[in-house]
Design a protein around this ligand. Structure first.
Ligand code: ZN
Ligand code: MN
Length: 474
């Protein structure tokens, strides 16, 4: 539910987001059932998360601390008292007929997240609430005769973030989501493998006088952009066709790439919030905030500064930090390998090969040991950069034993200068024109000759050595 109604907008497109982030605590928000593990339906449940009468919720301290972490990272004001309310609604995913959430006073308010341009996207609020159960439609959403309910998800802690309608394009919404996902990963409060982040987006355009539609349950930053691009186009088309837009709630069909009306919305839903009498008010003291702050993992901005301090170029540092997996890989590799070399090879080569294969680190299971072996061989000058590049290409296809492979294929650098000399002689004899050009002062001709020798050595000669030898010999 969005809390703003009408404002004086100026941009052509106005977008606000409401995001639900599943937290990776070990146990649920109000009971000690595990959040992950056995996926047999309804196996991770107890009277509290099944909503049995008489069961009493007990607040998970860790979930609150995770909320404080995010609030601090997003520069929000944290409220002194943590108060939970019951949000009443009737639906099979909520056996108590109310969801424990926060209403009047959220955990935190007035934060922001800055986009790359420096534009600040203001956050209305951040609050804690429990996830409902998941509904399973055995024959698909539209043709099932009945619905199954799995309460394993019921009670998993969520952080809900509501933004002001500050986003002015689908691209900005995508960037916002991407930055937020990166941040929660760095904060250690979200696990990409087990947690889900979902967004509802409200969007309106100037041409309609900002009559907004709300699109529910969009997963991932790429989908956010797709859904919003579609929705903006739909609204513009409707205006062009002289249709009147009305406020509505829509679903996003990712497979077909379109939004569909679920219901029209005249007024805000009335959930009849009441303060939950089972949960005492929790004081969030300055000392508590201070201790959470001191235990915070390194934030992206701090990481960036540290990498630059290590001697990385700003460009390399920015690229590594932008992807928490890449940064994690970097940190692991620099335990034994020189940071500037690692940064150069991750950014230039690994990312190049991934891009070429239209993949990201998230899509492949990278053999870290093999990567470490390749970079070690490069650092110790046992293989040439050319060989290193070829090994990186092979690595993205799947794991292999680098040391074995290099030995078997004879890829180690040729240090045998008599053999290199032989190749140089051959290159000189076969390319009299290039030799003559170099003698006339054309440096490029030497590069050509070096290239010939490298080709003869199948990339295994040391290029610096070849360069030196050729200069001596010509
Ligand atoms: Zn439980
Ligand atoms: Mn919610």
């Amino acid at each position: 539910m969005f809390y703003f109604i009408k404002m004086s907008f100026t941009s052509d497109i106005v977008i606000g987001l409401e995001i639900h982030i599943q937290l990776n605590t070990n146990t649920k928000l109000f009971c000690s059932c595990p959040t992950t593990g056995d996926n047999t339906p309804n196996s991770r449940t107890c009277p509290v998360c099944l909503g049995h009468p008489g069961s009493k919720p007990v607040l998970n301290k860790k979930a609150v601390e995770y909320g404080i972490r995010l609030a601090l990272a997003l520069d929000s004001d944290i409220n002194k008292e943590l108060i939970f309310s019951r949000k009443s609604y009737f639906y099979p995913d909520m056996s108590k007929n109310y969801q424990i959430s926060q209403y009047e006073i959220p955990l935190a308010e007035h934060g922001y997240l800055a986009l790359k341009t420096g534009k600040k996207i203001r956050l209305t609020r951040i609050h804690l609430e429990e996830d409902p159960a998941s509904l399973v439609h055995p024959a698909g959403m539209h043709s099932s005769n009945y619905v199954l309910v799995d309460y394993n998800r019921s009670g998993i802690p969520l952080l809900e973030i509501v933004t002001e309608p500050d986003l002015a394009s689908p691209e900005e919404a995508r960037e916002f989501m991407k930055e937020l996902i990166t941040l929660v990963n760095y904060l250690g409060i979200f696990d990409n493998n087990t947690c889900i982040i979902k967004a509802d987006a409200n969007v309106s355009i100037k041409e309609s006088g900002y009559i907004r539609s709300e699109i529910k349950n969009i997963t991932g930053f790429k989908e956010i952009e797709r859904a919003l691009i579609y929705e903006v186009k739909r609204q513009k088309q409707a205006i062009a066709n002289n249709e009147n837009l009305i406020m509505d709630t829509r679903s996003w069909d990712a497979a077909q790439g379109l939004t569909r009306r679920i219901r029209t919305k005249e007024t805000e839903d009335d959930y009849g919030y009441i303060i939950d009498p089972d949960l005492v008010i929790t004081d969030i003291t300055d000392d508590w905030i201070k201790s959470v702050k001191s235990g915070m993992p390194e934030l992206p901005q701090q990481k960036l500064a540290r990498y630059i301090e290590m001697g990385l170029s700003k460009d390399d540092a920015v690229v590594l930090v932008a992807d928490f997996r890449m940064a994690g890989l970097f940190e692991e590799l620099i335990k034994t390998i020189e940071p500037v070399l690692v940064a150069r090879w991750l950014r230039r080569e690994l990312i190049r090969v991934l891009n070429y294969n239209k993949k990201t680190l998230a899509d492949i299971s990278l053999d870290k040991k093999a990567l470490k072996d390749i970079l070690t061989l490069i650092q110790e000058k046992k293989i040439t950069d050319r060989t290193g590049q070829r090994l990186m290409e092979k690595l993205v296809e799947g794991s292999f034993d680098v040391m074995d492979y290099v030995k078997q294929k004879g890829l180690e650098i040729i240090d045998d200068s008599s053999m290199i000399k032989e190749f140089c002689n051959k290159a000189i004899a076969e390319n009299p024109k290039a030799v003559e050009d170099f003698r006339q002062g054309n440096e490029k001709s030497l590069n050509f000759l070096v290239g010939q020798v490298m080709r003869m050595s199948r990339g295994k000669a040391n290029p610096a050595e070849v360069n030196k030898l050729l200069r001596e010999m010509i």
